[in-house]
Design a protein around this ligand. Structure first.
Ligand code: PFF
Length: 509
């Protein structure tokens, strides 16, 4: 029943899609503040180290798994060892959960791109965001849902319609085409922002604060952990995304070189974002007559409170600057949302033997419905909790299990190494196996223990225990359970018997 597997039209098409997934909100609002708080200029050392010892090696591993087995994440793991299928489904559920709230941030960005045209937010940008725009319930009511907020709901509908149209159109005609247009457009738009930013008054103060190295931070374990988690999140590793995208590569293709290109393109954009954001923060600090460290934030506060404030102050063409900034957030996020949706779409298709259209309809349709939960007055608290827990105990923990499974349990690294080497320009040596078999699991394990200890000692952000138990721990555990549940069903969408792994140790346990 299986038709030919969908395939990218060109090598560049695949690279654009992978880069499109990697470049997301993490690059624009996460990287600059993480780098600043963890040693500024000195952070580049651990960051580069994490990129070379974990980021790119893992990217190569996921590209190789996807390309070799030409299957979604769960089916790829299943082909390596039957008993590992649940791990793939776990990643599928985690991706599903992330898609539901990531779409909501895109909806905000879309609204704010529109608001920029008239600086609708006025003088009190914080009050505007939380009260007028999001209509957030007061903190003591965190955990309640409240009513739907139309300001968020309508743009959210637009986001999902856009995503669905692109996903319906398929891998080549939809995803590849969208990325080929959006990614160059994003780079141009963001390039204009950076040029404008560095020509603002006092921009150099911001850049100085950003790049000034605080070498003493290098002996702080937390800084290294921050570097690794930034690289992980930023490169879209351990979401199942890169396995899925690589599964649409042709039978003969370069793997390793593609991974290097993707990794460096992503970090290049990240650096650009750091420069743009800090130049702008330097300008802001100058306007307020305060040091740069008083205006530094990341995440929602940076994008939706501080940036609108800055846009208010910019002397020439403020509206264009604002529009380009929010449109960039939107484009960067849209291409990441599409990649994460593809994880569950391809998996459902193979598992239940349904057409791509049905899978998009059911999968992305269900994600769209659930995402309405965040378009409510209580949505912000739920979003914040789910985001923290699912990243730690979904993405990062699944990443740790993935690497332990591949390197230590299935002992698949040599097989993958040979496979990648048989078709790539750059040859993988022993360094690759050392990075994956040793360095990455140790750092990730350390990272896990550290966050876990903090999270069981204190409620994240001091939120009510009921919220933490449901949207936090609850969802993290349920993601694993649902993952296991999926393994009960048979693979309906693939040709007769599944070829055993060419792992010499043979068949599954
Ligand atoms: N690499 C993405 C980013 O930097 O934002 C991570 C990501 C998040 C990918 C959410 C996809 C996604 F839906």
């Amino acid at each position: 029943m299986n038709k030919e597997r969908a395939q990218w039209g060109t090598r560049a098409g695949f690279i654009f899609a992978a880069v499109g997934s990697a470049i997301g909100l993490g690059n624009i609002w996460r990287f600059p503040s993480v780098a600043y708080e963890n040693g500024g200029g000195a952070f580049f050392l651990p960051y580069l180290f994490a990129l070379l010892t974990a980021g790119i090696p893992l990217l190569i591993m996921e590209f190789t798994i996807g390309q070799k087995f030409r299957s979604s994440a769960p089916l790829s793991y299943f082909k390596i060892r039957k008993g590992a299928e649940w791990l793939g489904w776990w990643q599928v559920i985690v991706s599903f959960v992330i898609a539901t709230y990531y779409a909501v941030i895109l909806a905000w960005s879309l609204s704010y791109a529109y608001f920029s045209l008239r600086t609708t937010w006025g003088e009190d940008t914080e009050g505007y965001l939380f009260n007028s725009f999001l209509k957030v319930l007061p903190g003591e009511n965190a955990g309640q849902i409240g009513s739907i907020v139309p300001n968020v709901f309508y743009p959210l509908v637009i986001i999902w319609v856009l995503a669905l149209v692109i996903l319906f159109a398929g891998v080549k005609k939809g995803i590849e085409r969208a990325n080929r247009i959006f990614i160059p457009l994003l780079v141009v738009m963001f390039g204009i922002i950076v040029i404008r930013a560095i020509t603002l008054e006092n921009a150099t103060d911001g850049l100085q604060a950003f790049f000034e190295p605080n070498w003493s931070q290098l002996t702080n374990g937390k800084v290294w952990v921050a570097a690794y988690s930034q690289i992980f999140f930023s490169l879209s590793i351990a979401f199942g995304i890169m396995i899925t995208y690589a599964s649409y590569l042709p039978k003969k293709t370069d793997i390793t070189n593609n991974a290097f290109i993707t990794g460096f393109a992503n970090s290049g954009f990240e650096l650009l974002a750091g420069i743009g954001v800090f130049a702008t923060l330097g300008f802001m600090a100058g306007q307020l007559g305060v040091p740069v460290n008083e205006v530094v934030t990341g995440g929602i506060g940076l994008a939706f409170v501080v940036f609108p404030q800055i846009i208010n102050e910019i002397p020439t063409w403020p509206n264009l600057f604002g529009f380009l900034f929010f449109a960039s957030l939107f484009l960067a996020g849209l291409t990441s949302l599409i990649s994460i949706a593809e994880v569950f779409i391809s998996s459902f298709q193979e598992k239940f033997g349904i057409s791509r259209r049905k899978s998009v309809g059911f999968g992305a349709g269900a994600a769209a419905l659930i995402s309405i939960l965040y378009a409510t007055q209580g949505g912000l608290y739920i979003f914040d909790t789910v985001d923290h827990f699912i990243n730690q105990y979904g993405v990062a923990l699944a990443g740790l299990v993935e690497i332990i499974f591949i390197a230590w349990i299935a002992r698949e690294l040599s097989v993958l190494q040979n496979h990648a080497n048989s078709m790539s320009d750059i040859r993988l040596g022993a360094w690759w196996k050392i990075c994956l078999g040793l360095i990455t699991p140790i750092v990730l394990g350390f990272m896990m223990i550290q966050t876990f200890t903090t999270d069981i000692q204190n409620n994240y952000e001091g939120y009510p225990t009921s919220l933490i138990m449901t949207a936090g721990w609850g969802i993290s555990v349920v993601a694993i359970l649902i993952g296991v549940l999926f393994t009960v069903f048979k693979w309906k969408g693939i040709n007769s018997s599944i070829p055993a792994s060419n792992n010499h140790k043979g068949v599954a346990k």
